[in-house]
Design a protein around this ligand. Structure first.
Ligand code: ADP
Ligand code: MG
Length: 612
């Protein structure tokens, strides 16, 4: 008989590795923990140095309060923290860290060095740890502050090291972490270096606006407004910067939300923001927002998961409605809002066909870009006209093997088939968004935006395939500022963009000058298109050329060149659109896959009226 207990208490170092599994996922998670510690230590200058996307080296140094000799040893013990003492403290947290397991975890999965000095005597303590085992400890001369180094992350856990992505991807995640901390701590200077090269240099700033300008681009700032709302009675407050609706993105990556100073990506908060922008953005578009929610610590549990950015609110509905209402309140009266009710037929100040350099901010105030002028659309239709010689009429849907029809008959059939939309009886436009047409006895509803998107997309694809995308130089280059990740993605694809007809020139740091654009898009808002393309590239991952991602980019281009919903078309314009539809393939759906056309059969209509 086996009398030994099968249950064993795990060894400390193994516990740490297990904990590390939760806390340390990739270099960016180490950067996050170390930055939080530096911030908690009251530093106002933090330097992050990385090598090979952080997998070779992560080093964070700060000028915070430091640790004395004793604490340098203690801080590596699991559950060692100076931030909470008793359970109640958990509900009144003002610091970013509190679990006391970050350093122990990081030290257990890397070659780790910690060096800290708490006094002004210039004498500090250094400790070297390898995979959780202390190798060396000695006194070193240093100024007050702390330096933490993690080399060869997961060197002792090859299975986890395998999961690290390529250098640029990991670097991108690290830069994200720095960006988020930098946004919530404008008074701290942050520097990020990679392989000896400076990536971010952020000096101490007076406030959020200056920090946003330094991080996301000054031009962006001119399209944002300050929000500051407090409800003392409810114990909740909101402040930050709201982008005007025209400053929108194709992904939610520019919605930065913080709860009590901590970056959080929460479903409820996200939803409430979209609610605040309801009716102001097109479907699938997201605002640019930097928002800080302040709420009594006992009304929110941030302790749900060690790294996931989820929270739990005690009064979820109250928080949701407070945010949504605050945003709506702020966005409603602004001069640039309310595109839905704007007089669409008004003369567009930028409809002149010669592209001019435009101050984005000034442009937005007068004309939300949701309403592209009709001029560029019409121009694109002219381009289409030239390119569609009868010889290339598509054969789809025609049974060419049919032996019963003579050649002339087939041609006729094709011709008829390809005049399907032109032959429809156009009845009128419904809600400035749908064309009503009659096909025999059926009633057709055609989504004008979807239709035109498909037309633009197919035509772009054709001209691109033929290497015939015509370029138009801009009279004045348009300047654009991007954030780090987008700038990185764009820089990698400048040559590809040139093949698409864009001449984008790096202008130092995260700035670019847009000098020429594809002819088809000449009158659109190209700076914004480039921002969208960069975001698309960033999200589809940067491996492989733009050409692989061509469809996504062409869809974006098409989307920017076309008639929007909510645009009045006169019958002539409506018919021109129908005729263009006849000339493209895949006309049943827009390139996003939404249907272009819905059909109501006479029988269905009669049933509705009980006539059957
Ligand atoms: P936590 O931050 O949850 O307390 P950590 O493992 O991250 O746990 O850190 C443990 C302790 O080490 C902290 O509570 C703090 O007292 C000390 N410490 C860590 N980093 C620093 C730093 N950069 N400056 C000063 N003290 C630090
Ligand atoms: Mg910590």
């Amino acid at each position: 008989m086996d009398n030994h207990s099968r249950i064993k208490i795990l060894e400390e170092s193994l516990c740490n590795q297990i904990a590390a599994g939760e806390v340390v996922e990739r270099p960016a998670s180490v950067v996050k923990e170390l930055l939080e510690n530096s911030i908690d230590a009251g530093a106002d200058e933090i330097i992050v140095e990385l090598e090979s996307g952080g997998s070779r080296l992560i080093r964070v140094s700060d000028n915070g309060q430091g640790m004395n000799r004793q604490d340098v040893f203690l801080c590596l013990e699991r559950h060692s923290t100076s931030k909470i003492r008793k359970a109640e403290d958990l509900f009144a947290l003002t610091t970013l860290g509190f679990r006391g397991e970050a350093l122990a975890s990081i030290a257990s999965v890397s070659r780790f060095r910690l060096r800290s000095c708490a006094a002004d005597d210039g004498l500090g303590q250094e400790i070297l740890v390898e995979g959780g085992t202390v190798r060396k400890a000695e006194e070193v001369g240093m100024a007050r502050g702390t330096l933490v180094e993690a080399r060869n992350l997961f060197f002792n856990l090859p299975a986890r090291r395998k999961f690290l992505r390529r250098e640029q991807t990991e670097l991108g995640h690290c830069a994200d972490v720095v960006t988020k901390q930098a946004l919530s701590h404008p008074a701290i200077s942050f520097r990020l270096r990679h392989n000896g090269r400076s990536i971010l240099e952020l000096r101490r700033e007076k406030g959020l606006a200056e920090r946003v300008a330094a991080l996301l681009g000054r031009s962006l700032l001119s399209e944002m407004q300050v929000l500051e709302i407090n409800d003392e009675a409810a114990g909740i407050g909101l402040h930050g910067l709201l982008g005007q609706p025209t400053l929108n993105r194709s992904a939610s990556s520019h919605i930065y939300t913080f709860i009590n100073g901590r970056y959080i990506r929460d479903r409820v908060v996200q939803h409430s923001i979209m609610d605040g922008y309801r009716h102001l953005l097109m479907k699938g578009r997201f605002p640019v927002v930097v928002l800080f929610l302040e709420i009594a610590p006992d009304k929110v549990d941030v302790n749900v998961h060690p790294t996931k950015h989820e929270v739990r609110f005690r009064e979820q509905a109250m928080v949701h409605d407070f945010i949504a209402a605050s945003l709506q309140h702020q966005l409603k009266p602004a001069a640039w809002v309310n595109p839905v009710t704007q007089d669409l037929s008004a003369e567009h100040p930028h409809s002149a066909s010669a592209p001019v350099s435009r101050n984005i901010a000034e442009n937005q105030v007068q004309t939300p870009l949701i309403h592209e002028p009709f001029a560029p659309v019409y121009r694109s239709s002219v381009a289409l006209e030239n390119e569609t010689a009868p010889a290339e009429v598509s054969f789809d849907g025609i049974n060419c093997s049919s032996t019963t029809s003579g050649a002339a008959e087939v041609r006729e059939q094709i011709a008829e088939q390809n005049r399907y939309f032109s032959n429809l009886r156009y009845l009128g436009q419904y809600r400035n968004s749908y064309l009503l047409c009659q096909d025999g006895d059926d009633l057709l509803l055609i989504d004008q935006h979807a239709a035109h998107e498909r037309i633009g997309f197919e035509s772009l694809k054709k001209s691109f395939a033929r290497g015939e995308i015509e370029q138009q130089c801009l009279l004045f280059p348009e300047m654009l500022d991007l954030d780090f990740r987008s700038a990185q993605a764009l820089t990698e694809h400048l040559e590809d963009l040139a093949r698409l007809g864009f001449d984008v020139e790096p202008f130092g740091g995260k700035s670019f000058a847009l000098k020429a654009v594809p002819q088809l898009l000449a009158a659109g808002d190209n700076a914004r298109l480039i921002v969208d393309i960069a975001l698309e590239l960033e999200q589809t991952g940067s491996s492989g050329g733009l050409i692989d991602k061509l469809d996504a980019v062409l869809i974006l281009m098409a989307c920017h060149s076309v008639i929007r919903a909510n645009q009045a078309l006169d019958p002539r314009e409506a018919r021109a659109l129908l005729e263009q539809l006849d000339r493209v393939d895949f006309k049943a759906n827009c390139p996003h896959g939404r249907p272009v056309l819905q059909r109501l059969r006479l029988a269905e209509i009669e049933r509705m009226f009980r006539r059957q």
